[in-house]
Design a protein around this ligand. Structure first.
Ligand SMILES: NC(=[NH2+])NCCC[C@H](N)C(=O)O
Length: 254
């Protein structure tokens, strides 16, 4: 099974050790061209899309490890290129549904899910050939820390939000699935060193169980894992344990 490591946070390379090194994993680490954030990220995400498409065409379900959630756009573009029209299940403590116009922090890692459902295609989607995923085919899991504009968006959107405990085959969107797990969904009391620690979340085993319930449908076309931690403040053994567990559930789907 293919595992692809993408050690970047937005357009910044991360220390190699940020991402666990699983057996047989390959690493995407291009030099990014000069240019604005979106051009640089498009270059990176294009490489991810190429590798993911190759793997999906070979009838595998690749796992992509990254330092942010934006890389998921490249993963989903790659799945689409391989001819798979996937729904998306997005585990995250945050909504990732911000916009450039409403973000109070200006943090671009807060908007990838909004891009995925069609926001300002010129930023990223058009460069990657990413087709917007219909909001009714996207499930946000947890998303306990929503900014007011995100809550407002969700109130008027068919994009559904569920708790980790509620994740079950019956509530999943139809068709093949890209499963994205930002590991900050885990409660910071159980996992130290997260970049955006958000109290009140599920524990490690509840997250793994819920992810397993998605993976065991046999419908997961690609697994995207946001390793959103500070490598200096988190425990390498805990990091690789968590990622290896998730990836092994992917493998066990056959
Ligand atoms: N996936 C994440 N870590 N998102 C953090 C985003 C935090 C906040 N919603 C913002 O847009 O600034």
């Amino acid at each position: 099974m293919t595992t692809i490591r993408v050690p970047y946070h937005l357009d910044e390379p991360l220390p190699e050790a940020t991402l666990p090194d699983l057996p047989g994993a390959s690493t995407v680490s291009p030099d990014l061209p000069d240019g604005d954030l979106w051009a640089r990220m498009a270059h990176l995400h294009e490489e991810v899309a190429v590798r993911v498409a190759e793997s999906v065409r070979a009838a595998e379900a690749p796992a992509v490890l990254s330092g942010d959630c934006m890389v998921a756009l490249g993963t989903i573009a790659g799945v689409q290129r391989a001819g798979v029209d996937a729904s998306v299940v997005w585990f995250d403590a945050h909504g990732d549904l911000q916009t450039l116009e409403t973000s109070a922090s200006g943090y671009m890692g807060g908007i990838p899910l909004r891009i995925l459902v069609g926001y300002r295609p010129e930023l990223s989607a058009e460069r990657l050939g990413l087709r917007a995923v219909a909001e009714e085919r996207v499930l946000l899991v947890d998303g306990r820390d929503l900014d007011p504009p995100e809550a407002e968006f969700l109130a008027a959107s068919p994009l559904r939000r569920y708790g980790v405990e509620e994740v079950a085959a019956e509530i999943l969107p139809p068709g093949p699935i890209v499963l994205h797990v930002d590991l900050d969904v885990v409660d910071p009391g159980e996992f130290e060193g997260l970049l955006f620690p958000t109290p009140g979340g599920p524990g490690v085993s509840a997250v793994l169980d819920a992810a397993r319930r998605v993976l065991h449908t046999g419908r997961v076309a690609a697994l995207s894992i946001g390793c959103t931690w500070d490598p200096d403040r988190s425990d390498p053994a805990a990091r690789s344990g968590l990622v290896a567990d998730l990836v092994s559930h992917r493998a066990s789907t056959g």
